[in-house]
Design a protein around this ligand. Structure first.
Ligand code: F6P
Length: 342
């Protein structure tokens, strides 16, 4: 069998570990593996290259993706879907492993449903916002990086008696903010799922100062809504998502806190550093298990499915189910975080 692998959407630590696992298990079974460059764009433009044992050597600990990635949506490209199907057939492919988040896997689900494309999915994203899986790979590394940053900001906040606002990624969900905030001991966490206002946040900070603590850490997720304030035009990607980093939510939260409390406030935007570098051991292990499962799904001809983590088991779920809606931070997780506010 000839198996193709593509990585789409934002890169994240662990992509190469999945590629390695899919390839190694496929080689064992006597299959040929090819890499499709730059996500779905690689199938639209036929950017296909061999992926043999030499290409995958030493990639387990490497961040990013050796295949490159893009946010190309074939449904938004002229004759994009026809070209994907044509190039897939021309390349002699019999199966495709798509490693991606909501957008990449949403396209995979649709191509499978509408055209019977033999594709299986692997859940990737630092945002952890995919349904039907407890965790996506890449998330643990992002939380580790954000927690380390919060730890470092604590010491400088304390020295200067300042409020430090840390803006983290996460798109429309607050998973990174909540988990790194719990791990780093944040005094307030602002996420899109929770209605906590800046006024509420300032009340918590004042309460903390009244207790004699004259520095604070506020973690804000990039998708947090500040309220009625007009944000103007925000650039959209090919999947219609706004570029959230351009909203400058951390900066706006910091200014509002300083104005309302009078406490000197600084902001740190962690940005793409959360996606860079080597994956944590946990992400390497999860990515490896996902990769093996994806290769097994290909072997069994279980297309339209996605490898998923449920409890401690790797299972498979339908791509449709995984991409139907975003997995948001539930109330009980926020309650763990908010027990330490103020
Ligand atoms: O989905 C991963 C993610 O890092 C989001 O957290 C963030 O909003 C977005 O990608 C940033 O995208 P880009 O790399 O295109 O700036």
């Amino acid at each position: 069998m000839r198996v193709g692998i593509l990585t789409g959407g934002g890169d994240c630590p662990g992509l190469n570990a999945v590629i390695r696992a899919v390839a190694r298990r496929s080689f064992t079974r006597g299959h040929e593996v090819v890499g499709i460059r730059a996500g779905w764009r690689g199938l639209v433009e036929s950017l296909i290259e061999p992926l043999g044992p030499r290409e995958i050597t030493g990639i387990l600990p490497r961040g990013g993706t050796i295949l490159g990635t893009s946010r190309t949506n074939p449904y938004r490209v002229d004759e994009g879907v026809e070209r994907v199907l044509h190039n897939f057939e021309q390349a002699g492919l019999e199966a495709l492993v798509a490693i991606g988040g909501e957008d990449t896997l949403g396209v995979a689900a649709r191509l499978n449903r509408e055209h019977g494309l033999p594709v299986v999915g692997v859940p990737k994203t630092i945002d952890n916002d995919l349904s039907a899986t407890d965790y996506t790979f890449g998330f643990d590394t992002a939380v580790f990086i954000a927690t380390e940053a919060i730890d470092r900001l604590h010491t400088t906040a304390e020295s200067h008696n300042r409020v430090m606002v840390v803006e983290v990624m996460g798109r429309q969900t607050g998973w990174i903010a909540v988990m790194s905030g719990i791990a780093g001991g944040a005094d307030v966490i602002l996420i899109p799922e929770q209605p906590m206002t800046i006024e509420d946040a300032c009340t918590e900070l004042r309460r903390r100062h009244e207790r004699g603590k004259d520095f604070s850490i506020v973690v804000v997720s990039e998708g947090y809504e500040l309220g009625a304030e007009d944000e103007g035009e925000v650039e959209l990607d090919e999947f219609g998502h706004p570029r959230l980093s351009a909203r400058g939510v951390g900066d706006r939260v910091a200014r509002a806190i300083e104005d309302q409390t009078g406490y000197e406030t600084r902001v740190t935007v962690l940005g793409h550093v959360q996606r860079g570098g080597t994956p944590t051991p946990r992400d390497r292990v999860l990515a490896t298990r996902y990769g093996l499962k994806a290769a097994d799904l290909v072997e069994e001809g279980h297309f339209g499915r996605m490898a998923a983590l449920q409890g401690d088991s790797i299972v498979d779920v339908s791509l449709e189910e995984a991409t139907a809606e975003l997995k948001r931070v539930p109330e009980e997780w926020y309650a763990v975080a908010s027990a330490f506010f103020g």
